[in-house]
Design a protein around this ligand. Structure first.
Ligand code: MF3
Ligand code: CO
Length: 251
């Protein structure tokens, strides 16, 4: 079901968004060669709990961790683990914060130590593609406008867009309708309305877009073993334009 949120619901989601931003800023300080994604996951669970929040991903459809941690060729839903991050890795940390029923969802790709030029370019283009999508998140625009903006930008830079995972509506539960593909045709699909809250979360690959599922049934990785980056925000469609409740930059 597609819901439109009240002012009060949006305020609650913003509280969750603020805490999620703080959590990402702490993670940014922790990411170094030698740290494990299990240590980051433990930090996140503890930090959220201490701040009165619930790590919404834990227990969601049987998922066991507070975060998803996807390294290099892992596209999404990587499991946190005891393997040390290495200089030159890229790692995407994705999490959903629940404060008193208000949800926010945001993923960010981090560079571990010194990442090569192509990897940095992949990260930059992926982040910029997210903002190209956000520009389209306006009352009266259509879902295809978002995907088209992302796809056009990322492909012009020589990268490819993952097809098998999309953004989504969010609240009252983590995954609500509609799906928000990161590819598509302009002026196609559902029209966006005031009060809708969605995630935009492009997964962009340095090589081919195709993905395959690990035997754990969760983790998707690139078929060609190229790297994949992802940035995700939770966005409210307002009459004044997109409101990014997980924005990390000071405005
Ligand atoms: N944050 C992820 C998303 O954007 C949620 C992953 S589902 C989980 O869809 F079960 F892994 F938590
Ligand atoms: Co999401």
């Amino acid at each position: 079901m597609i819901t439109r949120k009240s002012k009060r619901e949006i305020e609650k989601m913003q509280v969750a968004g603020d805490l999620l931003v703080k959590t990402h800023k702490e993670i940014a300080k922790m990411i170094k060669p030698g740290i494990t994604t299990m240590e980051i996951d433990a930090f996140v669970e503890d930090f959220l709990t201490k701040n009165g929040a619930i790590p919404e991903q834990k227990g969601y459809n049987g998922y066991q961790y507070a975060t998803c941690a996807s390294i290099n060729d892992e596209i999404c839903h990587g499991f946190p683990r005891d393997e040390k991050l290495k200089d030159g890795d890229i790692v995407t940390i994705d999490m959903v914060v629940n404060v008193d029923g208000g949800l926010a969802d945001s993923a960010w790709t981090y560079a571990v130590g010194n990442v090569d030029e192509k990897g940095k370019h992949l990260m930059d283009v992926t982040k910029e593609s997210l903002y190209k999508g956000i520009e389209q998140a306006q009352v009266g625009k259509r879902i295809g406008d978002i995907g088209h903006a992302i796809q056009t930008f990322a492909e012009a830079e020589g990268f490819s867009v993952v097809r098998d995972f999309t953004g989504h509506g969010i609240g009252p539960s983590l995954h609500e309708d509609p799906h928000i593909p990161h590819f598509g045709l302009p002026n196609k699909g559902l029209r966006l309305k005031e009060g809708m809250v969605i995630t935009i979360e492009p997964m962009i690959n340095e090589g081919d877009w195709r993905s395959e599922m690990d035997s754990n049934g969760w983790t998707a990785r690139t078929v060609d073993k190229g790297r994949s980056a992802q940035y995700e925000h939770t966005i409210v469609i307002t009459k004044d334009g997109p409101l990014v409740i997980t924005e990390q930059e000071e405005n």
